[in-house]
Write a protein that binds this ligand. Structure first.
Ligand code: NAD
Length: 293
């Protein structure tokens, strides 16, 4: 049997269309154009591609995009000054500082300087804390996308056994919190977990966010389980050049799982769509509007 392939690209297109409608509605009813500021420090080529895609998709959704491309030599003080300026601007609803930052700048100081109500990456300790106490406001984009994809397979996640492999503050931890909020029974596994394959085999939903190419094999997966592969790893091809693979050995896993996200084309496209969704959320919070369930 071959698993259903979860089409993250198609789901992201649907989500972006809903966001564009919400942006148009905010403009009609409140005269507000949601604005997203994206700050890139240095010239990392991968980060440059992400920033360009974010800006394009922001504009396509009818929102305003403000991009700041700054030299790698920028001081931490200058970056904090820019964030303070963006924090008080009424046309900026969301602020995202592209990580990683050059080594002389503390990512922690920078994330902490962003006003929590504009922290569309959901990384500020206030937003992480709200998520941990079950009052999610702005939540990290990638885990949010993972939950949306899981819900395309299971309308109601209540009572499901979820195993999250990886405990980063960007993906694993917030993903675990989101699944708890969906009334799942959640296990978080990581590099010190004993007998990881056996832990994974308990999962109705297995989310893997490790960064190790093809770590999870077919016999780690319970037959019929839903597998969400967050990993993005560039590996050498036998025929020369490189290709992207996930943390799950897709070709064998697809024979066992009930549903699975491919890499690329699974979780990846959802991340920017969720960033735009968070920008709409922060705009609505500022206007005191009800958030969609
Ligand atoms: P990270 O390095 O911060 O965290 C990795 C986690 O995996 C750690 O908690 C560690 O304990 C755990 N781990 C490491 N080796 C392990 C092992 N052998 N067995 C079990 N657990 C192990 O990484 P991250 O930022 O969470 O990213 C994870 C992966 O997801 C990377 O490949 C990254 O590129 C990808 N990613 C994708 C998106 C997206 O939009 N699709 C977004 C963020 C990250």
């Amino acid at each position: 049997m071959s698993a259903r392939i979860i089409d993250g690209k198609a789901e992201a297109i649907r989500l972006r269309a809903r966001i564009a409608e919400e942006a148009a509605q905010l403009k009609r009813s409140h005269g507000v154009v949601p604005g997203l500021a994206v700050v890139l420090v240095g010239d990392d080529p991968a980060s440059e591609v992400y920033v360009r895609n974010k800006a394009t998709q922001t504009r396509e959704a009818g929102m305003a995009s403000f991009e700041y491309r700054l030299p790698a030599s920028l001081s931490e003080r200058a970056l904090l000054d820019l964030i303070e300026e963006l924090n008080v601007r009424s046309d900026v609803n969301g602020i995202l500082v592209q990580l990683p930052l050059p080594p002389h700048i503390s990512a922690e100081n920078v994330v902490n300087a962003i006003a929590p109500e504009k922290d569309v990456d959901g990384l500020h300790p206030t937003n992480a804390g709200l998520l941990a106490v079950g009052r999610p406001a702005l939540v990290p984009c990638t885990p949010l996308g993972c939950v949306i994809l899981a819900k395309t397979v299971h309308e109601n996640l209540r009572g499901m056994d979820v195993v999250v492999v990886g405990r980063s503050s960007l993906v694993g931890r917030p993903a675990a919190q989101l699944f708890i909020s969906e009334s799942c029974t959640v296990t978080v596994a990581h590099s010190a977990t004993r007998d990881l394959p056996a832990v994974c085999r308990r999962a109705d939903i297995l989310l893997v966010a490790v960064g190790r190419p093809l770590l999870v094999k077919a016999d780690w997966i319970k037959p019929g389980a839903t597998v969400i592969d967050v990993g993005i790893n560039r590996v050498a091809k036998d025929s020369g050049g490189t290709r992207l693979v996930g943390d799950v050995a897709f070709e064998e896993a697809v024979q066992v799982a009930g549903a699975i996200t491919p890499v690329p084309g699974g979780v990846g496209p959802m991340t920017i769509a969720c960033l735009l969704a968070n920008t709409i959320t922060s705009t609505k919070l500022r206007l005191g509007l009800q958030l969609a369930a």
